[in-house]
Write a protein that binds this ligand. Structure first.
Ligand code: GLU
Length: 299
């Protein structure tokens, strides 16, 4: 029997600033691929950061996307409406003994790493260049964790990566139809241990990017995740969480990024490439499409 379910794609921006040319490229690329596959296109608002994401920015983001010619089916899914679901997935992992609370502040982490490096230790960094967490709470007894949780409300829940990988037992892979920054494509073997004990939730936010993205991709029935290649390596973490939580694995397609002239990534704080300011300076959606390398006629 042929599988008649249409492929489902999503664009998942965060309303923590204004969309720039890189988002325009990603949204257009995603929409084009979705049309080629005769799929459904969904929108997700990734607004778990309650201090930086605002309703005004969300409204402006949706308006910029509509102006550009991006259209999606149904109501967008807003992550901040689903904190309870993330908390319950975290509880599942906690019950399985795969997460632990960590208590070191950013300053303490920085000092610990610089002490280790002063002693000549070559402390590893994750694929984004951040040092792995140096704390030792993963080995604490449940009593010690409970005592500290009561005394110290500012804690972070981390995945115990070693325990998680022991639990999964076996290779973790995904199907990549785009490519990573080193040209990795096809069946990609994941290396989640390179990320160490990733953050899954904070005392004030019951989730993190990694945890919510896998739960939402599953909840929205996403079959094809199309996003920038800066998230290629993070897919390793997503695959571990999908396996631990019994979620399906989408196909991934990582695309090139639109970079600044000096080769650095575009940022939401740089006004010159924001869709808003380009629009205010008189540019049309077709101008934006041409600027990011699409023919103006294609959408
Ligand atoms: N919210 C992320 C961003 O704006 C995208 C995450 C994803 O596509 O998985 O960069």
């Amino acid at each position: 029997m042929p599988d008649l379910t249409p492929p489902v794609f999503r664009f998942a921006p965060s309303p923590n600033g204004h969309l720039h040319l890189g988002h325009a490229y990603s949204a257009l690329f995603n929409q084009q691929m979705c049309r080629e596959y005769d799929g459904e296109f969904l929108l997700r608002i990734e607004d778990i950061d309650r201090t930086r994401c605002t309703p005004e920015l969300e409204e402006e983001m949706l308006e910029d996307l509509r102006w550009l010619g991006i259209s999606w089916q149904g109501e967008p899914r807003r992550q901040s409406d689903h904190f309870e679901d993330y908390a319950s997935a975290l509880e599942t992992l906690r019950e399985a003994g795969l997460v632990y609370p960590s208590f070191m502040t950013r300053g303490e982490v920085k000092r610990a790493i610089s002490d280790l490096r002063d002693k000549g230790e070559c402390w590893p960094t994750d694929p984004d260049g951040s040092p792995l967490y140096p704390g030792d709470e993963r080995g604490w007894s449940v009593d010690a964790q409970q005592r500290e949780l009561q005394a110290n409300p500012k804690h972070i829940w981390r995945l115990n990566m070693k325990a998680a990988l022991d639990h999964v037992a076996g290779d973790i892979a995904w199907v990549e139809t785009g490519s990573g920054s080193d040209g990795e494509t096809g069946d990609c073997l994941a290396d989640p241990s390179a990320w160490g004990d990733v953050v899954l939730a904070r005392a004030d936010t019951p989730t993190s990017y990694h945890l919510s993205v896998v739960l939402d991709d599953a909840a929205q029935g996403i079959s094809h995740v199309v996003r920038g290649c800066d998230l290629f390596h993070a897919t390793a973490v997503h695959r571990v969480l999908q396996i631990l939580l019994g979620l399906p694995a989408p196909i991934y397609h990582h695309h090139d990024l639109i970079l600044r002239e000096d080769g650095r990534k575009l940022s939401k704080s740089a006004q010159d490439t924001s869709l808003r300011s380009l629009r205010q300076s008189g540019m049309t959606p077709d101008d934006i499409k041409r600027m990011v390398g699409f023919s103006a006629r294609f959408v």
